[in-house]
Design a protein around this ligand. Structure first.
Ligand code: ARG
Length: 587
């Protein structure tokens, strides 16, 4: 079904067309002044210039035509020529009653099956995932769900960091510590053992040591660089060791992501485009896009209109190693060839903006993507501690994602205890509730911010059952479910919502939903969904407080209130699903 706003827009557009004006002037939106009207159309202002009339004169002609429609209860011209529109309660009622049977809740198919690749998460092999990866993961996963709902064919790729210098640092560190390992014997020709020689805990210690040593000692760094190049050339022992490290890392990443309800369609990484790199580079050389610069191979990116120097994109460093920019460019080659995407979105820390700008410039310049393919860096800010700096542990180290999840869970249990909820549940059910509360708290606290802004991670606030929090929303969901249980209510399409003064604002709020979803899709902005769902839940809460649903004696009125609560519940649950948040059955 089409959204109500689109339906009204069609009527108003027709009125403009009947006046010999462009139908596009008839676009309607929800009113900026809900105290004055429900909807408004501002088209008369622009149309006046074309019609060579005053805006009010145009508005009067349009209003005369709109007056023949019985869906409007009041039409007024305000200010210079705004057309303010109110619908009859019957018209609103008809719309919401249809909405109750629409699985898409009024949202049209925007994507029309075009493919979008989303690159998010981006954890690094051999390095424990830290809270910095939290934002990329949950914003990315939410956008994947939102775009899918909007009708796109979506592909979520974790794009692990697994081919850079950090791998050479770890491999050279292991070689220094265990020169006797078969992985380091040049004359050993395999097969290599199935079992990994290192665990994820080992790696958590090895990488920081190797990185610290390399940074403080140029000779040590040279070993790391050499190991990186040899790995990239697939030296058998190094490559076998690398495969094991990838395996143990993926197992750990998967458990972290599952704990947060974050999913990926593809588990690829930088290394998976290794074979794409050489032919890509040859091609770029042949077309003279790639040139030697001080021993390195680069793609110059400066444009005539640039007023400052613009750094070139590196393909090969002087030592022959490929770089982050090389693998990202090759990944575009690969994605274009495999998926023919209309868009590739990179949900990555905003601090990497220059990197993506360079990669995109290079991709368009060299024709790796055609100009109609959208490449967007969907940047995000950082999650900070109370000191306003990126969140750290008490000991001052980076907080691992795993530990953050554990902290959330502990706090959720404490909250459930304070609220006395843990007295009514036990065992697996209590565990499940605590987990859901914790995930809702962490994700909603993050997603409700404009993604570009930094925010302060305040566990006390975000796990509260009051205010704009995930747990508050779960509580509202459970409350509506419990209302239905007490009333022994099951929705049936024959149930009518009767719109009147008591519920009109709530109904109008649901009329707005398709616009909210469209805006979130267009701007890659999950916080629009959060603002909306919180407002809807609050509004329902006030409505419910003022309406005695269970004790209502008039059957039609009672059914109407229950059907309305059912529709509100459908909205809240669907939006929470888009945010990757799930409510328990009871709580
Ligand atoms: N591994 C990178 C990091 O930790 C993020 C990868 C983002 N995606 C990409 N295609 N570059 O910083």
């Amino acid at each position: 079904m089409t959204s109500l706003i689109l339906n009204i827009s069609k009527i108003v557009a027709q009125a403009f067309a009947d006046e010999g004006l462009e139908a596009g002037f008839g676009q309607v939106k929800t009113s900026d002044r809900p105290d004055l009207a429900q909807f408004q159309c501002n088209g008369a202002m622009a149309a006046a210039k074309v019609a060579k009339l005053s805006p009010r004169a145009v508005a009067e002609k349009i209003v005369a035509r709109l007056n023949t429609h019985d869906i409007f209860s009041k039409i007024e011209i305000a200010g210079p020529g705004f057309i303010n529109l109110n619908l009859t309660d019957d018209a609103l009622g008809e719309y919401v009653n249809n909405l109750a049977c629409d699985p898409r809740l009024g949202v049209r198919d925007i994507g029309a099956g075009a493919t979008v690749v989303l690159d998010y998460g981006g954890p690094n092999v051999a390095k424990a995932m830290h809270v910095g990866h939290l934002r990329a993961s949950i914003i990315g996963d939410t956008l994947r769900r939102v775009l899918k709902f909007a009708g796109y064919d979506t592909i979520g790729d974790v794009h692990m960091g697994d081919w850079g210098t950090m791998m050479g640092m770890v491999i050279s560190e292991l070689e220094l510590r265990h020169p006797e390992w078969i992985y380091f014997q040049e004359d050993f020709s395999g097969p290599y053992p199935d079992e990994s020689p290192v665990t994820i805990e080992d790696l958590a210690e090895i990488y920081p040591t190797a990185s610290g040593n390399s940074k403080s000692d140029p000779a040590r760094m040279a070993l790391s660089h050499r190991a990186t190049v040899e790995l990239q050339n697939k030296r058998p022992g190094y490559y076998a060791l690398w495969q094991k490290m990838v395996e143990v890392s993926i197992a750990s990443m998967k458990s972290n992501f599952a704990a947060l309800n974050v999913y990926f369609d593809l588990w690829l990484g930088e290394a998976s485009v290794h074979d794409v790199i050489a032919p890509m580079v040859e091609d770029l050389k042949a077309k003279h896009y790639a040139v030697m610069d001080d021993g390195a191979l680069v793609v110059p990116l400066k444009r005539n209109e640039d007023t400052k120097e613009y750094p070139p994109l590196f393909l090969y460093k002087r030592d022959g190693a490929v770089m982050y920019s090389t693998t990202d460019l090759a990944t575009i080659v690969d994605r274009v060839e495999k998926f023919h995407p209309a868009k590739i979105l990179y949900i990555v820390d905003q601090r990497q903006n220059l990197h993506f700008e360079q990669v995109f410039r290079a991709a368009y310049l060299t024709g790796i993507v055609s100009p109609d393919v959208e490449l967007t860096h969907v940047g995000h800010g950082t999650m900070n501690g109370p000191d306003g700096k990126p969140f750290k542990t008490r000991a001052g180290g980076v907080l691992r994602l795993e530990d953050l999840i554990a902290l959330g869970l502990e706090k959720a249990r404490q909250r459930l205890h304070e609220a006395g909820i843990d007295q009514h549940f036990s065992g697996d059910e209590l565990d499940d509730i605590a987990r859901k509360v914790s995930v809702a708290a962490i994700k909603f606290a993050d997603l409700q911010n404009n993604r570009m802004t930094d925010y302060i991670f305040d566990l006390d606030r975000l796990t509260s059952f009051e205010g704009k929090t995930g747990p508050y929303l779960l509580y509202q969901v459970v409350r509506i479910k419990s209302l239905h249980e007490k009333a022994d209510y099951q929705f049936d399409p024959s149930h009518r919502i009767i719109v009147d003064r008591s519920n009109r604002d709530l109904v109008l709020m649901m009329v707005e939903w398709p616009q909210v979803l469209e805006a979130a899709t267009r701007d890659y902005a999950p916080h629009f969904l959060c603002d909306y769902v919180y407002k809807l839940a609050q509004m329902f809460s006030s409505y419910y407080a003022a309406t005695h649903v269970l004790s209502q004696e008039d059957v039609a009125t009672k059914i109407s209130a229950l059907a309305l609560s059912h529709l509100v519940l459908k909205h809240i649950e669907m939006i929470l699903d888009l945010l990757g948040i799930y409510a328990p059955q009871r709580m």
